[in-house]
Design a protein around this ligand. Structure first.
Ligand code: MG
Ligand code: MG
Length: 267
């Protein structure tokens, strides 16, 4: 069942999403060679609690930490560790926060030091595919239109779209209906309506789409050991159009990146 949100609820959800956005911005300054993902996890937990929110992933389905930290060939659901990050790594950081009874859930893949150009391109294309998907999240379209846009954008570059993990409706539950696959066929699936809120989150592999899972019961990684990228935004349908609730603005401020990529999704 799809739970439709009122304008008031969407504003509360924006508050939760922005706590995650600010957490990612805070972390952007700390991602560097020699730093462990467990250290970043502790910083994030303290930061989220200081905002009057609760870490959204900690304890959810018994996940042990605040952040999902997935370096290099790990796709999603990686568990923070005390192993220092190294120059040339990438690290996908997925973060959730719960405030006023609503979740924010939002992710960014960071470069650690100097990253290979083919990996940089994977990050760029994955992020662009996220916006290609968001553009289709509007009245008149269906779930398959978003998936098709993401898949089409990435497969042109020969990348593998992960099938086993998908985006999702978001609200008072972290995972609500509908499922939002990053692949699909135009005009198929559930119809979008005013007041829907979803997390759109392409998980894109440099090589094969095939995955493995570590025996920690959590970590999903590429079968061929090549890198994978993950970017996620929280989006509502307002006035029939996609309205971004989360933002990469804080990350970009921290990294000195100029971007107007989110402008088309603000009303
Ligand atoms: Mg997430
Ligand atoms: Mg999500």
């Amino acid at each position: 069942m799809i739970v439709i949100k009122t304008r008031e609820e969407i504003e509360l959800m924006r508050e939760s999403a922005l706590i995650v956005s600010k957490t990612l911005g805070m972390l952007a300054k700390e991602v560097k060679p020699g730093v462990s993902t467990l250290y970043l996890d502790k910083l994030a937990e303290d930061f989220i609690r200081e905002q009057g929110a609760i870490p959204g992933f900690l304890g959810l389905y018994d996940f042990p930490n605040t952040l999902c930290m997935s370096p290099n060939a790990q796709i999603v659901h990686g568990i923070p560790s005390d192993k220092p990050m190294e120059d040339g790594d990438i690290i996908s950081i997925d973060c959730g926060a719960l405030k006023n009874g609503f979740y924010g859930d939002h992710a960014y893949t960071f470069e650690v030091g100097n990253v290979a150009s083919e990996t940089k391109k994977l990050l760029q294309i994955t992020k662009e595919s996220l916006y290609a998907g968001i553009r289709e999240f509007k009245i008149g379209n269906r779930v398959g239109d978003v998936g098709f846009a993401i898949q089409n954008y990435c497969e042109k570059h020969g990348y593998g779209i992960v099938r086993e993990l998908v985006g999702h409706g978001l609200g008072s539950e972290m995972h609500e209906d509908p499922e939002m696959p990053n692949y699909g066929r135009r005009g198929r699936g559930k119809k979008f309506v005013e007041g829907m809120v979803v997390a759109i989150e392409p998980m894109v592999n440099l090589g094969t789409q095939q995955i493995n899972q570590l025996n920690d019961g959590w970590t999903i990684l590429t079968k061929d050991g090549k890198p994978s990228a993950h970017f996620e935004h929280d989006v509502a349908i307002v006035n029939g159009k996609p309205e971004l609730l989360s933002t990469f603005k804080y990350v970009y401020e921290a990294l000195g990146i100029e971007s107007n990529e989110e402008d088309e999704f603000r009303q």
